[in-house]
Design a protein around this ligand. Structure first.
Ligand code: SF4
Length: 178
């Protein structure tokens, strides 16, 4: 395993390169550096949690996954979702029911997400977000193991985004949760 300070430095360099590249990029969705960093980070996370008991796992979702015109308040409690199937939130209710050690939280912003993680203190976070939120979230949460998954931008960022539940189930298998 890479030394803590070297790892911290690598994260800082990636983040700085990302911020610089974003200043000159008009692409709202893709970023080569973000893709590279998330791959690197996820490998580190898998090494960190190998052979560890994952008693508390937290899936963090961005608010834009919820159907834009759904009025239900799911940020306080995801179980307020009526599972109509119009957005991917209903799949996460199923995941929550299936796995007792997994909590699912819909975050309205980075500050609230960080506060939640500070209080809940999970052994592993699986964070779904766009490139900017994922980059800043993982960078700011270091050294907490945060496995990153990009959400899919269908029409425009921040509205009706998606995440395939199959991708999440694959991650759960990868981290050893069956
Ligand atoms: S699945 Fe339906 S009820 Fe649940 S958050 Fe999405 S749109 Fe709202």
């Amino acid at each position: 395993m890479i030394n803590f300070y070297i790892l911290k430095l690598i994260y800082e360099i990636y983040y700085l390169r990302f911020l610089i590249s974003e200043r000159f990029s008009k692409d709202l969705v893709n970023s080569k550096i973000a893709n590279k960093f998330i791959k690197f980070n996820n490998k580190i996370v898998l090494k960190k949690i190998a052979n560890k008991k994952l008693l508390k796992v937290s899936i963090l979702l961005p608010h834009c996954i919820q159907k834009y015109n759904c009025n239900l308040k799911i940020t306080n409690n995801i179980e307020n979702c009526k599972m109509c199937g119009m957005c991917d939130i209903s799949d996460f209710i199923k995941i929550k029911k299936e796995y007792k050690n997994i909590s699912v939280k819909v975050a309205t912003g980075g500050t609230l997400a960080r506060l939640y993680l500070k209080e809940y203190k999970p052994n592993l976070v699986i964070a779904v977000a766009c490139k900017r939120d994922l980059m800043s979230g993982i960078h700011d949460s270091f050294p907490m193991p945060v496995y990153g998954v990009f959400n899919e931008i269908i029409n425009s960022p921040c509205i009706d985004t998606k995440v395939s539940i199959e991708v999440i189930r694959k991650v759960l298998r990868e981290v050893g949760i069956e």
